[in-house]
Design a protein around this ligand. Structure first.
Ligand SMILES: N[C@@H](CCC(=O)N[C@@H](CS)C(=O)NCC(=O)O)C(=O)O
Length: 198
């Protein structure tokens, strides 16, 4: 099993942490999505990472499909069996992924537009989603013990990505959320190695 990834990508970080937690053997291959590598486009028409590749050529994407795949492949190590708890874990993952989507949209707006074409109203709309979601997360952190699930890995990837790309812009009034990775990494020390970073 191979994971095509980039070290800064929060979605990639989430699935790499999850595969590690599930004790699934995998190799990693760094790809530059913006050079449209054929190796990626041949298996994922969207040209996005993370993309998981099995030795028989089967490809799995996107990150949420990969998380479900890892859960099945590991014999259900990644999400709770109890339906209500599973739903909560999946919802936490969806919320964190949604914040990542909004953060990426904010970063890409000036990267892919000439200065006079930057749409501030679009950036503000994305940021309002971030603000509401981070306030919600700060007030509703998941129980964190040695039994981790997919939602924890999404949250860890998100908080580390915020630290990497939005330092100084989101922490005020959210100290519980900012400090949560300290607790998480006590149960998952590989966080330091697998979190989004340059
Ligand atoms: N919903 C996707 C999002 C993945 C995504 O947007 N990945 C970024 C890197 S962080 C990417 O590949 N961007 C390249 C592009 O959009 O062309 C997932 O959960 O896997």
């Amino acid at each position: 099993m191979k994971i095509l990834y980039s070290p800064t990508s929060p979605y990639s970080s989430k699935v790499r942490m999850a595969a590690n937690y599930c004790d699934l053997a995998f190799t990693e291959e760094l790809v530059d999505v913006y050079s449209d590598p054929s190796q990626l486009l041949e298996v994922n028409p969207l040209g996005k990472i993370p993309t998981l590749l099995e030795e028989d050529g089967v490809a799995v994407y996107d990150s949420r499909a990969i998380m479900q795949y890892l859960d099945r492949k590991s014999g259900r190590k990644l999400f709770p069996r109890n339906p209500a708890k599973r739903s909560e874990a999946e919802k936490l993952e969806a919320l964190c992924d949604g914040v990542m989507d909004a953060l990426l949209a904010i970063r890409f707006e000036p990267m892919f537009h000439a200065p006079e074409k930057i749409e501030q109203a679009w950036i503000d709309r994305q940021w309002s989603k971030v603000v509401r979601a981070l306030d919600h997360l700060n007030a509703n952190l998941p129980r964190t013990s040695k039994n981790l699930h997919g939602g924890h890995f999404a949250l860890a990837a998100l908080v580390a990505y915020l630290g990497l790309r939005f330092e100084g812009e989101w922490e005020r009034g959210r100290s519980k959320l900012k400090n949560w990775p300290d607790k998480f990494s006590r149960f998952f020390p590989e966080f330091e190695k697998l979190k989004p970073q340059v």
